[in-house]
Design a protein around this ligand. Sequence first.
Ligand SMILES: [Zn+2]
Length: 418
Amino acid sequence: MDLLRALNRRKVLDCIRDAGSIARIEIAELTGASPATVSVITAELLRDGLIEAEEQVVPVNSVRRGRPKTLLRLRAEAAYAIGLKISLHQISVSLTDFLGDVLASHIAAVQTNRRPPEVVAAFCEAQIDEVIRKSGVPREKISGVGIGISGFVSYPDGVVRWSPMFGSRNVPFKQLMEQRLGLPVAVDNDSNLVGLAEKWFGQGRYHRTFLVVTVEHGVGMAIILDRHLFRGTHGFAGEFGHIKVQPQGALCRCGQRGCLEAYVADYAIVREAATFYDPTALDDPIAVHETLDKLKLRADSGETVAQDIFARAGAVLGVGVANAVNIFDPPVIIISGERTRSAQVFFDAMRQSLQEHVIGNSDTLPRIEVHQWGDVLWARGAAALVLEEFTPGGPASLEAETDMRSEVATIIAAEAAS
Ligand SMILES: [Zn+2]
């Protein structure tokens, strides 16, 4: 498939996905492609079974005349995808159709903290088998598996450079899982998958550019620029939790000091709490949750030490968010993750600190939205990754983009040499 056609095909498919159902002429208007090009591409997509046509019902009392428009929509059964999220205390897995609707999901309580990668891979495989069994979808109809994991993940090679889940560094987790499953696998940073979930299913549908900040056992970010998830050169873009807020400051799980995460993440809040309250909770992810819930109750009931712990964390997060606003100037920032259940004082302190540290005025501040996503929805984002990468609209355009990049690189090199 040539470059332009592959890119147009992807553009049209994305346009139909964003709209739900849409007429050809509107696709042409939205994508800037000519009506003739849209006709050719949609004919191909219909032939390949990726989309289907529905007759628009014109109300009897409608003043509109003429033929009813044919609307196009994605065909739910065109492809199936599995998304999986690995957390410290559980593995969540969802199986979705081509629309991203969840057909089956499954959560298993598993301690993944610093386990050997082979052990985590075996856990994942068992949960994937379980969700396939639950859904009744034949295995050969599954396009691929998307896996979200916190830490530094090289993309697209799926090597986990560092993650709190694994006892070792540089784990070729994509390869490991593909060997086990015999299915294409994509591994990405879990915050990126929340970004994709927001872009496909959440508030992100209404914005071309936005940031997602995830706060739970770690702190992460997804950067969506002009409808495109920005990963950087190696896949490490948006490592928001590891931006430095205090040189030589608090120790982070990544081994460096002064990272934002070392003040804001669950473990950092529990570390503070353990200094004053019960110091037993630090190494057990389930105890971490219990400690945070208790601390929140204390803060909400007005206990000043507990309030101060959340306020300090919120203020540091506000500094980080202000830095992100100063770089990206987004219209919206979505805050997501477990900490969205945090004490009110956490968010008050964050907003206050954001206002203090952002350039520009209060009327140019982005809207801050707080979304409480469950792990199944993160897994849905992982399934969205598969639908982007492995379905017929996906790989062709990705290859085309890569081809285009190498072509441009060749031209630049040739010009430099002459
Ligand atoms: Zn760090």
